[in-house]
Design a protein around this ligand. Structure first.
Ligand code: KG4
Ligand code: ZN
Length: 357
C-alpha cells in the first residue's frame, strides 16, 4: 500500500510517501520537510497568515520532490492523506484542499488525518509496536498522556491545564532573548548551566491526576530573571538549566501517575512512547526512559526528525486508517480544533484551558 502524506498544520510544509506491507509494517520511501523558521524568526513566533501563504508557495514543489524521491507516479498511490487539523486553519485548508485535488484527479481515496493521531501512531511505523501503549505527546500546542488502544481508540489520561511544555520552552527562550524556536535553544543553554542555582517550583508534583501545569513555572523564571540587574550568559544558562530541571521533575512525576492510571484502566502497556517536538529534547528523553524502566515497560522514542512535524507520520496514519477501510469524502472539513479523545472534557477544577485540551 503506497500513501502520500501532506502536513501543513503549523510552520512546516511537508510531504512524504510511505509503503505499508500486508503484515502491518511500514517503510518510508521519502520524507521532505521544509521548515518555515526563517520566514517567522523575526516575529519571534509563527504568524498564521505568513504560514498559510508560504504553504501555498511551497507545497506543490515539496510534493513533487517527495514523489520523485519515492520513485513513483500519482497513479500508483493507494491513497492520499492530509492533516485536516488541529492547527492553524489557513495552512490546514491548503494541505487538505491539495490532497482532495490529487485524490479527485487520480481517483484515489482521501484520508483526512488528525495531526495528533499521526503523532500517536508514529511508533508503529518506527518500532512496529502493538496496542495498547501509553503516549506522551508534548509539542508547542499540546501536552497530553494518552492511552492508545487501537487505531481511532484514544483515551486521554492527562493534559495541561494551561501552557503546553513546548510553549513554556518557547516563552522562556523569548524572555531571555534567545532566538525562536526556543526549545532547542533552551536545551543548549541549559547544558552549560547550574540546575541547582534557582529553586523553581515543580508544578503538580504528587497530585493523583496526571495533569500538567507550566504557567506558574514560567512566571517564576520571569521573576528570577527580572531580579538580576544585568543578565549574563551564565545567568541565562543557569536559568535554563534550573527551568529544564523543574520541567523534568514535574514531567517524570506526571508520567508515573499516567502509567498508574493506564494500568488501572487497560492493564500493562506494551510501551511508553514519546511524540511531539519536545520529545527531541535529550533530557526529556532521558526522563521518559527512566520512568518507563522503573515502571517495567519499554521506553520508545522515535528519532527526533519523526517526533517533530513531518509528512511521514501523516502518510502512516493515513495508511493505518486505509487498511481498516476508514477513508473520507470530498466533504471532509479542515478543523482548527480537533480532540484526539472525543470524550475528553476540560480538566475539572481549573479555569478555561487552551485549545486542544
Ligand atoms: O511537534 P512540533 O514540531 O510542532 C507542534 O507544536 O505541533 O513541536 C514544536 C515544539 C516547539 O515548542 C519547540 O520549542 C519544541 O517543540 N521543541 C523543544 C525541543 N525541540 C523542539 N523543546 C525542548 N527541547 C527541544 N530540544
Ligand atoms: Zn505536531
Amino acid at each position: 500500500m503506497l500513501v502520500l502524506g501532506i502536513e501543513t498544520t503549523c510552520d512546516e510544509t511537508a510531504a512524504a510517501v510511505i509503503e505499508r506491507a500486508p503484515d502491518g509494517s511500514g517503510r518510508i520511501l521519502s520524507n521532505i520537510v521544509r521548515s518555515q523558521v526563517d520566514e517567522h524568526a523575526r516575529f519571534g513566533g509563527v504568524v498564521p497568515e505568513i504560514a498559510a501563504r508560504a504553504h501555498v508557495d511551497l507545497l506543490d514543489g515539496i510534493i513533487d520532490r517527495a514523489m520523485r524521491e519515492a520513485g513513483i507516479g500519482f497513479a500508483q498511490l493507494d491513497g492520499v492523506a492530509a492533516a485536516a487539523g488541529p492547527g492553524l486553519i489557513g495552512g490546514v485548508i491548503v494541505g487538505l484542499t491539495t490532497a482532495k485535488a490529487i485524490a479527485m484527479v487520480h481517483d484515489t481515496p482521501l484520508i483526512a488525518v488528525n495531526h495528533l493521531e499521526a503523532h500517536a501512531l508514529t511508533p508503529r511505523l518506527t518500532d512496529a509496536i502493538e496496542f495498547p501503549y501509553c503516549l506522551f505527546l508534548a509539542s508547542g500546542g499540546h501536552t497530553q498522556i494518552v492511552a492508545i488502544t487501537g487505531v481511532g481508540h484514544y483515551v486521554r489520561l492527562g493534559t495541561t491545564v494551561d501552557d503546553a511544555i513546548g510553549e513554556a520552552f518557547d516563552k522562556v527562550a523569548k524572555m531571555l532573548g534567545l532566538p525562536y524556536p526556543g526549545g532547542p535553544q533552551v536545551e543548549r543553554a541549559a547544558a552549560g548551566g547550574d540546575a541547582a542555582r534557582f529553586a523553581f517550583p515543580r508544578p503538580m508534583l504528587g497530585r493523583p491526576d496526571a495533569n500538567f501545569s507550566l504557567s506558574g513555572l514560567k512566571t517564576a523564571v520571569r521573576n528570577e530573571a527580572s531580579r538580576l540587574a544585568e543578565i549574563t550568559q551564565q545567568d541565562i544558562s543557569d536559568l535554563c538549566a534550573s527551568f529544564q530541571a523543574a520541567v523534568l521533575d514535574s514531567t517524570a512525576d506526571r508520567l508515573r501517575v499516567g502509567l498508574r492510571l493506564f494500568r488501572e484502566q487497560f492493564g500493562a502497556p506494551t510501551a511508553l512512547v514519546a511524540a511531539g517536538g519536545v520529545a527531541a529534547n535529550q533530557a526529556i528523553r532521558g526522563a521518559l526512559h527512566d520512568v518507563a524502566r522503573q515502571a517495567g515497560t519499554e521506553p520508545i522514542m522515535p528519532p527526533p526528525a519523526l517526533c517533530t512535524d513531518n509528512g511521514a507520520m501523516i502518510a502512516w496514519a493515513g495508511a493505518e486508517r486505509l487498511a481498516l477501510g476508514l477513508t473520507d469524502s470530498m466533504e471532509a472539513l479542515p478543523r482548527a480544533r480537533w480532540l484526539l479523545d472525543a470524550n475528553a472534557t476540560a480538566p475539572a477544577g481549573y479555569g478555561k484551558t487552551r485549545a486542544g485540551y
